[in-house]
Design a binder for this molecule. Structure first.
Ligand code: SIN
Length: 523
């Protein structure tokens, strides 16, 4: 493995979803020199790309107060009021100014060319902008298209961040010890050449998305291996609320569907959950019925399935809606049809799956983490907005708001300072990395992580299950770390190292908190 390649920039952004790209565009507008790295071969590949439902905006007869109340209620009393206020007051304006006017996202419109607002669980108003049922793709495509207009944004796909560069840890200068710990970039694997490159930056923004892939069943794409959480933790940044993993009630139950999401927007249009023999059941569990908070819906489904010995329930839109399902939800329609399920005629078999991390790397209202010069935005960050459970369609908005705010804060603080110039940072070094990667071993480690997390740190937790998870994941982590020190560095090894560390963080946070709240439920 060669260790060459040095890159310099004002702002290094790791990750290319809505948080990373809105940060990049805003920073570039403010005159900063930006580099984006992402681990997939296409910059488009991000969690954002897969979002279906939409992004919260200002609906008709809506107000910041109503939105705040809905977010707080979903967060089960522990949302950060400051973060909620920012999103409720500033968020919808950013959707309009940045996404609609500047970037040109084609949100769905009515026949009168007005925005078509959707509804999802716990929203007191129709206020969700969407692009049919592929909202994330529409946003991501527009953002990626916009990047081309900027000479001061360089993007490197197929680049997997390994570790954040920090002073004093990575410096060979003994004097660095007296400096406040600070992030100055990242060691990054060039997937194609196998070289580890140094990306030096005055500021670094983690925008790496989520962690769903540490669970057996998830709506998240394969990239969501918890990379940013693990990197921040290794670098000494503070993480909070990691026990609050949101499970989405409705993913397609089929062995080949790989957690395909059936958007909550279907329930917003009237779809109802039913047992296998056709009896709607949500009214028994919540006054809000099928639009109850996601944690309540998941537990109700779980209970019905256990009681009846069923492995799924049905989501029925065919019997309950007036809308043209095929036109409103074309992607879901096509996908289900490929599995011989015509959602216009028959109910859809569904099960819950891990969906979103409400906690993450703690940030302030401007995206600053506890580690100097490190920012975080999007799912990897914990602004406190979501508290113990997230209100539907607030995640893209949170990514947008903190992506933009982080860039503004960085631009306001930047004084031409290049801290990395003061301290010698050696090329990536690691002794004797000769061990060949055996995909069968890696695969099996993932199976163990995912099944442990699903069964013991899942929708319904008990202290005994969590203790077992801590022990099992702890053992796996030491084995993976040991292997990592000897193994040839390839993306799948980096992902595994991050995944097992993030799993341990979640399991430990869950074990430490014995109060059931929102998405963290202890029986
Ligand atoms: C969905 O479309 O149901 C997901 C939306 C979200 O998680 O915010």
């Amino acid at each position: 493995m060669k260790t060459d390649g040095k890159y310099y920039c004002d702002v290094l952004i790791i990750g290319s979803g809505i948080a990373g790209l809105s940060c990049a565009i805003t920073a570039a507008d403010l005159g900063l020199d930006v580099i984006i790295v992402n681990k997939e071969s296409s910059i488009q590949e991000s969690n954002t790309n897969y979002a279906q439902g939409g992004i919260v905006a200002r609906g008709l007869e809506d107000s910041p107060e109503l939105l705040s109340d809905d977010i707080m209620q979903a967060g089960d009393g522990i949302s950060n009021p400051e973060a909620v206020k920012i999103v409720a007051y500033e968020g919808p304006g950013m959707v309009e100014d940045f996404l609609v006017k500047k970037v040109g996202v084609p949100f769905s419109r009515t026949g009168d060319d007005e925005f078509e607002y959707a509804r999802e669980g716990c929203h007191s108003r129709r206020r969700i902008l969407h692009s049919k049922d592929s909202t994330g793709r529409a946003i991501e495509t527009s953002l990626v298209g916009k990047l081309g207009e900027y000479k001061n944004i360089r993007a490197y796909s197929d680049h997997t961040a390994i570790d954040l560069l920090t002073i004093p840890h990575n410096s060979t200068n003994p004097i660095a010890l007296y400096r406040e710990p600070q992030c100055i970039g990242a060691y990054v694997l060039n997937n194609k050449t196998g070289n580890v490159e140094r990306f030096f930056s005055s500021y670094t923004v983690l925008a790496t998305g989520g962690l769903g892939r540490i669970y057996q069943h998830t709506t998240n794409p394969p990239i969501a291996t918890g990379d940013g959480f693990a990197m921040a933790d290794r670098a000494g940044a503070r993480l909070i609320n990691m026990e609050y993993i949101q499970f989405h009630p409705t993913t397609l139950f089929h062995k080949d569907a790989d957690g395909f999401l059936i958007s909550e927007a279907l329930r917003g249009e009237g779809a109802r959950l039913k047992t296998k023999d056709g009896v709607p059941f949500m009214a028994k569990y919540s006054e809000l019925g099928d639009l109850a908070p996601r944690d309540e819906v998941c537990r109700a489904m779980y209970e019905e399935m256990i009681k009846r010995g069923d492995s799924y329930v049905y989501l029925d839109i065919a019997s309950y809606t007036e809308i043209n399902v095929k036109k409103r939800f074309p992607m879901i329609y096509e996908k289900c049809l490929a599995f011989d399920i015509d959602i216009q005629k028959v109910p859809i078999p569904v099960v819950p799956a891990a969906h979103f991390s409400c906690g993450g790397v703690q940030v302030d209202t401007w995206g600053k983490t506890s580690l100097k010069c490190l920012y975080a935005a999007g799912e990897v960050a914990a602004t406190g907005l979501h508290g113990a459970n997230r209100l539907a369609s607030t995640s893209l908005l949170e990514g947008l708001v903190w992506g933009i705010r982080s860039a503004k804060d960085i631009a306001g603080n930047f004084n031409g300072n290049r801290p990395y110039k003061e301290f010698d940072i050696p090329p990536w070094q690691f002794p004797e990395r000769t061990e060949e990667t055996d995909p069968a071993l890696i695969q099996q480690d993932w199976v163990s992580i995912k099944s442990t997390m699903w069964n013991y740190v899942g929708i319904i937790r008990t202290t005994r299950r969590l203790e077992r998870a801590r022990a099992d994941i702890g053992y796996l982590k030491s084995r993976v770390d040991d292997f990592y020190r000897r193994a040839q560095l390839v993306p799948m090894v980096i992902d595994l190292r991050n995944g097992v560390r993030t799993a341990r963080i979640v399991a430990e946070a869950a074990l430490k908190n014995n109060v059931s709240r929102g998405s963290h439920f202890i029986k």
